[in-house]
Design a protein around this ligand. Structure first.
Ligand SMILES: Cc1cc2nc3c(=O)[nH]c(=O)nc-3n(C[C@H](O)[C@H](O)[C@H](O)COP(=O)(O)OP(=O)(O)OC[C@H]3O[C@@H](n4cnc5c(N)ncnc54)[C@H](O)[C@@H]3O)c2cc1C
Length: 314
């Protein structure tokens, strides 16, 4: 089958690859390509944040955990599987995503930071998006996929190209298919170097304000913020300062690093991820958008479900 994928972020590229591997002819159109998509801003660690419903998210996240771990053997993919901690001041319940992560256990005293009496320790993939998205693009092209930078204004316009369309337009689906349940969850992060600690440390408490440290090969991402309904892409200096203050409480006293970059992105928030097929006569669209703060974490599980919905090449 000839298939048109809309969207050049992590969702569109992962779907495009799985569809090529299933024997289809695939073209991808995107208004923005890496390094200008939301996916480029992702921190990015495997972690199912602000994506629903839990039952479907668990399956997609588990599958993606395995695929990202397999891809980590390719240095050019920019993925490392590392151990890190999520910290709490009160005893936490077992995380709902525990079944996805084989190495999950209680954090030891040495792993915890002063002020946090509880925590989980687990291994998870950390994905350097500025390396990973070009890696996906190259694989897509090597397998015969074609990429065009092009905005689409309606599904009819896409269907004129192909009767089977895969819609991975993220927040863009709000306009493209009139989905008013989509909303931006604005996030800001700082890129710093050198990495002040190994692995990752999270404090996801909304009351204290979320804080996370994600160390990569040569630099580190400090976050973050999550502002529902704010669509501004202008970096906010006060938010950057607040991120530094919150992250300092997770870091050893006197940890030294330099801020290299301040980035802003709009997570595609939605009450539930939309992954379903819609048919209009003989024309088909498979929607795959609304992954909130977990588009990377769900990417392969969702791509494989999309490929199954499309069906085998005839
Ligand atoms: C600060 C921050 C930190 C994050 N951290 C993590 C993390 O640690 N782990 C994680 O899993 N996730 C994280 N996320 C969330 C993640 O970035 C998103 O869930 C993910 O990028 C969504 O990917 P996508 O491909 O669906 O959408 P996008 O990356 O937004 O891609 C959408 C694509 O569709 C194109 N498009 C839109 N409209 C049209 C149109 N009309 N015509 C043609 N093309 C169109 C766009 O140009 C783009 O190419 C984070 C996000 C932010 C902002």
């Amino acid at each position: 089958m000839r298939i048109l994928v809309l969207g050049g972020g992590v969702s569109g590229l992962s779907c495009g690859l799985r569809l090529l591997e299933a024997g289809h002819t695939v073209e991808l159109w995107a208004r923005e390509l890496t390094p200008h998509t939301t996916s480029d801003v992702a921190a990015a660690v495997w972690y199912p944040y602000r994506a629903f419903p839990q039952e479907r998210v668990t399956g997609w996240a588990r599958r993606t955990f395995d695929v990202l771990s397999e891809l980590s053997v390719h240095p050019e993919a920019g993925i490392q599987v590392v151990r890190g901690v999520e910290l709490f001041t009160e005893p936490p319940p077992e995380p709902w995503w525990a079944s996805c992560v084989p190495s999950l256990r209680a954090a030891t005293g040495e792993e915890r930071v002063p002020g946090y009496a509880h925590g989980y320790s687990f291994e998870a993939p950390i994905i350097e998006m500025p390396r990973y998205l070009p890696f996906l693009q190259s694989r897509f092209r090597e397998r015969g996929g074609r990429i065009h930078q092009r905005e689409v204004r309606s599904l009819d316009e896409a269907w004129r190209e192909s009767p089977v369309v895969v819609n991975c337009t993220g927040l863009g689906a709000r306009t493209l298919v009139g989905d008013d349940s989509l909303f931006p969850i604005r996030g800001e992060v700082l890129r710093v170097a050198p990495p002040p600690v190994p692995g990752f440390i999270f404090d996801e408490s909304e009351e204290r304000g979320i804080a996370y440290i994600i160390s990569r090969a040569n630099d580190c991402i400090l976050g973050g913020t999550a502002e529902d309904g704010n669509a501004s892409l202008v970096p906010d200096a006060a938010n950057a300062e607040a991120i530094l203050v919150r992250c300092r409480r997770l870091l050893p006293t006197g940890a030294r690093f330099q801020v290299l970059e301040h980035k802003v992105g709009l997570r595609p928030g939605r009450p539930t991820v939309r992954l379903e097929e819609e048919r209009v006569g003989v024309r088909r669209v498979i929607h795959n958008y609304g992954h909130g703060g977990a588009g990377v974490t769900l990417s392969w599980g969702c791509a494989e479900e999309v490929a199954a919905l499309v069906g085998a090449a005839s």
